[in-house]
Design a protein around this ligand. Structure first.
Ligand code: ZN
Ligand code: ZN
Ligand code: ZN
Length: 366
């Protein structure tokens, strides 16, 4: 049995446990997680139906059928033609199943979810994450290997950036982002996992700044947050550095506080504690340093096939950490019009603590 099939069988037993009869998934991360089919959602319906009992079925347009069959362990692939629409392939399947509760892909297009609701007027509907999120948030060994490899590609790129030293001064944020993306590929990654963030000086105060035309200056902090993918799994880490010259006293103080907050939060990670308690460990340090109101986001987010997934590392999240969960620990302080500081690593919850997936220097001096 492949890893994909094993996950599907586990999802099926959970379906029964939550009183649902089927999962209905259009292309996306959930569909990939269960089948290995890495397709794009499009205007032509591609639907994976996973019943609580029995084998799953794909309903796909004829022109996608070969690609789907080649990618998956799922045997039952039914096709439809542009002339008829999906009805002739889909209707008999739905008639046979006649489900009373169906869980839809969380990111299914509205046009498909509304059509399914019309097609099954007596059924009730929920979200696939009800069943899949508890599975996806605990990574198996194969997933952890991919996440480690993606982390290595990011780490190698961060070392390349530090090696630039004073040569980075005068480059624009966009130049530096292009260099990062070239190095990510050279270091074994594929593409970017999200828009590369290079936030120089005051731009660093915007946590999701899009890299632009500002030049890197001596003495000015630069927030570097980027990721790539290896075997479909992403990396995500952040360092805040000064490429040349001496930064302000306040920057040093803030950087020390953020670095301490990050290390305390990572130290707080172990099975049995709540996600919220990890957030607290980071926030406490930043509050004590006097910047509590400038730490404007959650401490972290789960990472898997999606760069943002469960569990959120946020106040009030009572999710109990379990071995195999992977998330970011990324406290930050943002002083508008001046600078920002964020330090981020991914961590895996292990049997007795945690393992970092990023290992490069966290200090500001390159
Ligand atoms: Zn973010
Ligand atoms: Zn990040
Ligand atoms: Zn992140």
């Amino acid at each position: 049995m492949t890893a994909f099939e094993r996950r599907t069988r586990r999802a099926q037993s959970r379906l029964a446990a939550v009183g649902a009869d089927a999962l209905a998934l259009t292309p996306g991360r959930d569909c990939y997680y269960l089948t290995g089919v890495d397709a794009e959602a499009s205007d032509r319906l591609q639907l994976l139906v996973v019943p609580a009992d029995g084998d799953p079925t794909f309903v796909v347009p004829t022109l996608e059928a070969d690609a789907v069959r080649a990618a998956t362990w799922v045997d039952d692939v039914r096709t439809w033609e542009d002339e008829t629409g999906p009805g002739p392939a889909l209707d008999p399947l739905l008639d046979t199943l006649s489900p009373s509760r169906v869980l839809l892909a969380d990111r299914m297009w509205a046009r498909f979810s509304l059509a399914l609701r019309e097609r099954l007027p007596d059924a009730s509907f929920g979200l696939a994450s009800e069943v899949l999120s508890p599975l996806r948030r605990r990574k198996d060994d194969r997933e952890l290997d991919a996440l480690r490899a993606a982390g290595d590609a990011a780490d190698a790129t961060m070392r390349d950036l530090r090696a630039l030293g004073a040569d980075a001064v005068g480059m624009t944020e966009a130049d530096l982002a292009a260099y990062i993306e070239e190095r990510l590929e050279a270091n074994g990654g594929t593409g970017v996992a999200f828009g590369t963030i290079v936030g120089a000086g005051p731009n660093g105060a915007d946590p999701h700044h899009a890299s632009g035309e500002r030049e890197i200056r001596a003495g000015e902090p630069v927030v570097l947050d980027f990721g790539t993918r290896v075997d479909a799994y992403p990396s995500d880490q952040t360092r805040t550095v000064v490429f040349d010259g001496e930064p302000s006293e306040e920057f040093r103080r803030v950087h020390d506080a953020v670095r301490e907050a990050q290390s305390r939060a990572v130290a707080a990670v172990e099975p049995g504690v709540t996600a919220g308690s990890v957030d607290r460990a980071a926030r406490e340090v930043i509050e004590d340093a006097g910047y509590g109101d400038r730490f404007v986001h959650r401490t972290g987010h789960g990472v898997g096939l999606d760069v943002h997934e469960a569990p959120d590392i946020v106040a009030g999240n009572e999710t109990v950490l379990e071995p195999g969960m992977v998330f970011s620990v990324e406290p930050g302080v943002y002083l508008p019009d001046r600078f920002g500081v964020r330090i981020e690593d991914l961590v895996v919850v292990t049997e007795d603590g945690s393992e970092r997936l990023n290992h490069t220097d966290r200090r500001w001096r390159v």
